[in-house]
Ligand binder design. Structure first.
Ligand SMILES: [Zn+2]
Length: 366
């Protein structure tokens, strides 16, 4: 495993409790009795998915397809030697690294070289600080993240526009920090159309990996964003049209803190990955059915309180008035312009925005 130090494996294995509860570190990462085993399954699944994705490069009968690694714990906060933010190992980074290692050996015997470029798009509401750090000095991995930032007041307090990579990796780290909550389908699709797709067309990756975090969805208890299941479907569908990835995308599950909403987001993603049109399942009905099942099984004293909380959640409808909506859209448009100005130093697709910003900030000589 080239991404994580052996010491991290030893530490997590050693720290795993015999009963549930203890903290792994001071940074909100809890362990239960099966955490270590689950985390190994998670990275193992990513490695297996990477091997399957490579198959069509070596076997002409294999067909490129889309994949989704539904794993827990999530991974994008984990750094090479640190577990943090609910993440033990960085699943998507392990996947990207494995793809690149395998490509090296495939390319050593292939008649034509397959570009060793992997693009990761991270739409979780939190910045993937671990993924950023792991690939910060690499040009072979383009990391693009959109996340709530709010002047570093939102976990993990990283992900500024100015963090663009270092050394060989300069220009291969693209942060799109969202300035406010309440961003919805329109704002996320605008980011995909105006930033992610143009960069992908210019970078021309062989693989697209998606850190799929459903805490951007309306009703999530952490994210406070407003993306709908239909919006998720549309986002994932648009990302599949990047020509160089040959209709092959891999999603890896990251955050999402309200189970029923997470389920809807994952369902919409799978529909898109299977090239099916979006079909909403009746979420209210689903939740009611689930509550009935719980009511049948529950005998514990805490169950009423739990059901009440779920019912509150069920009834919660987030309304946003048009003037707030306009402010959110304008703020995200502003963030997009800023990303283009800064990244235009490295990318032709944004060079006009960069040049314009440079010339307007240069004092006139006359
Ligand atoms: Zn998250």
């Amino acid at each position: 495993m080239t991404i994580h130090q052996p010491a991290l494996f030893e530490y997590i294995n050693k720290t795993q409790p015999t009963t549930d509860g203890p903290d792994l570190s001071s940074d909100s990462t809890y362990m239960c009795q099966s955490s270590y085993e689950s985390s190994l399954w998670a990275i193992g699944s990513c490695i297996e998915a990477a091997d399957i994705m490579l198959q069509h490069f070596i076997d002409e009968n294999a067909k490129p397809e889309n994949y989704f690694v539904l794993c827990r714990p999530p991974g994008h906060h984990s750094e090479s030697n640190t577990a943090q933010g609910f993440c033990l190992f960085n699943n998507i980074a392990v996947c990207a690294s494995h793809l690149q290692e395998r490509l090296k050996s495939i390319n050593s015997t292939a008649t034509h070289e397959i570009p060793n470029r992997v693009m990761i798009f991270d739409f979780d509401v939190h910045h993937g600080n671990g993924t950023e750090k792991i690939f910060y000095q690499s040009k072979d991995t383009l990391y693009i993240s959109t996340h709530l930032f709010g002047d570093k007041r939102f976990y993990p307090y990283t992900g500024s526009i100015e963090s663009t990579g270092k050394d060989e990796g300069e220009g291969f780290n693209v942060n799109i920090p969202l300035p406010c909550v309440n961003c919805g389908d329109e704002e996320f699709l605008m980011i995909i159309d105006e930033i992610v797709i143009p960069l992908a067309q210019e970078y021309s990756p062989s693989f697209l990996l998606i850190s799929a975090g459903y805490d951007i969805m309306e009703g999530d208890s952490v994210g406070r964003m407003l993306v709908t299941p239909k919006g998720i479907h549309e986002m994932v569908s648009r990302l599949q049209h990047i020509p160089s990835i040959k209709n092959q995308v891999l999603c890896v599950l990251e955050g999402g803190y309200s189970h029923s909403i997470l389920a809807e987001g994952v369902c919409a993603t799978v529909q898109s990955l299977l090239h099916q049109p979006f079909m909403s399942f009746d979420s209210l009905k689903q939740k009611k059915m689930w509550l009935v099942k719980r009511a049948d099984n529950d005998t514990g004293s805490g169950s009423d309180e739990f059901k009440e909380k779920e019912e509150e959640e069920m009834d919660e409808v987030i309304r946003i008035n048009p003037s707030v909506k306009k402010r959110v859209k304008d703020a995200v448009s502003g963030a997009i312009c800023k990303v283009k100005e800064i990244q235009g130093k490295y990318w032709k697709c944004f060079s006009a925005a960069h040049n314009e910003a440079s010339s307007s900030s240069t004092p006139s000589s006359s």
